[in-house]
Each structure stands twice: as C-alpha cells, then as structure tokens.
Design a protein around this ligand. Structure first.
Ligand SMILES: Nc1ncnc2c1ncn2[C@@H]1O[C@H](COP(=O)(O)OP(=O)(O)OP(=O)(O)O)[C@@H](O)[C@H]1O
Ligand SMILES: [Mg+2]
Length: 303
C-alpha cells in the first residue's frame, strides 16, 4: 500500500515538516505568513530555510505570495501532509494508500494502521465547493478566507470524530472511529458500495437495510440527540445481506436547533422514498418518522 501522498510524505525532511508546522501555527493570525516570521519561529537560518520553502512550494505544499512582504500559506495538500505525518508520528497509522472517495467536502484515503489493518482516513476540505456546512456553523453571511477554511475543516474533523464515538458506542450503524488529527478522521474501513449504485435488492434485503438505517437515525435522535441532516443514497454504504452503514455525519444538528425537526423529517422521507422508488419497498413515512423519534417502539412493517 503506497499512494501518491505516502511518496510525498517520505520525501520530507525534519526541516520540511518543521517549517510546515510553523506556517500552520502562524496561520491562526496571518493568511500569508511573512518569511521573516517563519525564520524567527522555526529558527532555521536564511539560506537553509529558503531551500526548504522552495522545495515545499515545488511540491505544492505551500504557496508563496510576493509583494511588499514575501509570505507563505499552506495549501490543503500541505495540511493533509501535516495531519497524516502527525498520525504516523503518533503511532496510529503506518502508511497512506490510494484515494478511495472524493466527496464534495472531503477526500477519503485508505490507510494502514500500525497493527496492519486497513482503515479509511477522511480529510475534510471546507471551502472547496459548498459552503452549506460553513453557513451552518458560522451563520449565513460567512465570508471566509483560507485560514478560516482550515479552522472550520479542523472543527469538522473534531465534530465528526466525536459524534462517531457517541453513535458507535450506542450500536448505531456507523464506522468505528479510530483517531482524529486536525481535519483528518481515521475510521474503520467499511467495504460497501454507495446505495445509489445498488440497482436491485430483494424486498427482504431492502427492508432489513431500511430497518437498520431507521434504527441508526433513532439512536442518533433519541439517545444522542442529533439529526444527520444530509441522509441520502450517497451516504449509505451497502454491505450485502441487508446490512449497511451510514456515513458522513459532520453536518449534524442538535435536536433542539430550530430546523432539526424539518431536517429529520426530510432525512426520513428521503430514505423511505428512495427505497420505494428504487426497490419497490413501501413503508409508511409518517410511522417511520414516529419510530425514529421514539414515539413507537418498532419500525413500521412493509405494506
Ligand atoms: N468508513 C468508510 N469506509 C469505506 N469507504 C468510505 C468510508 N467513509 C467514506 N468512504 C467513501 O468515501 C466517500 C466520501 O465519503 P463521505 O460521504 O464521508 O465524504 P464527503 O466528502 O462528506 O461526501 P459528500 O460531502 O459529497 O457527501 C464515500 O462515498 C465512500 O465511498
Ligand atoms: Mg458523502
């Protein structure tokens, strides 16, 4: 297992990593960190630092701004490398493999854990295309620059990890969370296919899948107090024999939030509707919602 990111990480010297981390820290205050500040903080002298920055720019881990003050900013690739090499340093993962998923708001890579098993590492990418999650976290008028994207991506990494812990310990159908570093969440790799690619299912399989998904939404709502908020056939992985897993939780809302009721209704109606259209399975959406809310003890039977 060795992907492009692994090769990149292996190329980096201690100085390289040190400079990346220095820029990362200083980016809490500067979008482009002045060269002079990097030199002072990293304590790497001018000529050597210059060569490091040249290399890092060449590898597209940092970007340079010239002008009255020369400054450097991290790219998302730079942030990825910092998080992944930190996970390697912490003894969580040993290698980074191929990219297995490109979402609107995250890239997912295979990684090898130190124990040898394979896991999935999701790297949040806020600000790439959609601002919906940012708006939800920061309010509607959010104009954000790169240093704020990074902060939000890290926040979403933390949010996803912590919520997976709570959902998983209560027996919801979610990948087991393994570790979190910055914007990167390492989680159990689940060998399933996105439901949108599953053309046919028997009624038994479809019902057993829907039952598990509804039970997961119920655990989320009743026991944990949250609504997924973006449930669709793209965020359910089907693993065969009527089993699956619900992924992509960071945009969840607490059930006390004002739009939570609406989002829950939409999530439930959406998945129930999809099962009907695609697999001909009919369950009553109103009863499904009651079940998810904890108002009735068992999920509705197919009709
Ligand atoms: N734990 C996992 N095991 C296996 N594959 C996974 C796992 N998590 C994510 N994937 C793969 O990566 C893809 C993207 O994951 P996810 O939906 O979590 O990210 P996303 O970027 O938020 O997506 P989007 O915003 O487009 O819905 C998934 O469709 C799936 O193929
Ligand atoms: Mg997704």
């Amino acid at each position: 297992m060795a992907g492009r990111l692994q090769e990149l990480i292996e190329k980096l010297s201690r100085d390289d990593i040190k400079v990346l981390r220095t820029i990362e820290k200083l980016m809490s205050r500067h979008e482009y960190v002045p060269l002079e500040l990097i030199e002072r903080r990293s304590k790497i002298p001018g000529g050597r630092l210059w060569r490091v920055l040249w290399r890092l720019s060449d590898l597209k881990l940092v970007r340079r701004q010239t002008g009255p003050v020369t400054g450097y900013t991290l790219t998302y690739l730079g942030l990825d490398v910092i998080a992944l090499s930190s996970l390697i340093g912490r003894g969580v993962i040993s290698r980074v493999g191929e990219r297995i998923g490109v979402g609107k708001e995250g890239d997912v890579y295979l990684v090898e854990l130190v124990g040898g098993e394979v896991a999935a590492a999701k790297l949040h990418r806020e600000g790439r295309t959609s601002f919906s999650k940012i708006r939800r976290l920061r309010g509607p008028a959010a104009m954000v620059d790169r240093k704020q994207w990074f902060r939000i991506a890290k926040l979403l990494g933390e949010r996803e990890f912590r919520i997976l812990v709570r959902l998983h310990e209560r027996g919801a159908w979610v990948p087991e969370p393994i570790a979190w570093d910055r914007h990167c969440v390492v989680q159990e790799y689940r060998e399933g296919v996105e439901l949108y690619r599953v053309r046919e299912l028997s009624l038994d399989e479809a019902y057993s899948l829907l039952e598990g998904v509804l039970r997961t939404l119920r655990i989320a709502y009743v026991d944990v107090g949250i609504v997924h908020g973006d449930l669709s056939e793209y965020n359910v992985l089907y693993e065969g024999e009527g089993k699956g897993v619900v992924i992509d939780w960071p945009q969840y809302v607490y059930k006390e939030e004002e739009n939570a009721g609406e989002l829950l209704e939409r999530d439930v109606a959406y998945i129930v509707g999809f099962m009907r259209r695609r697999y001909g399975l009919y369950v009553d959406p109103k009863e499904a919602l009651d079940y998810v809310k904890g108002a009735i003890p068992v999920p509705p039977r197919p009709q």
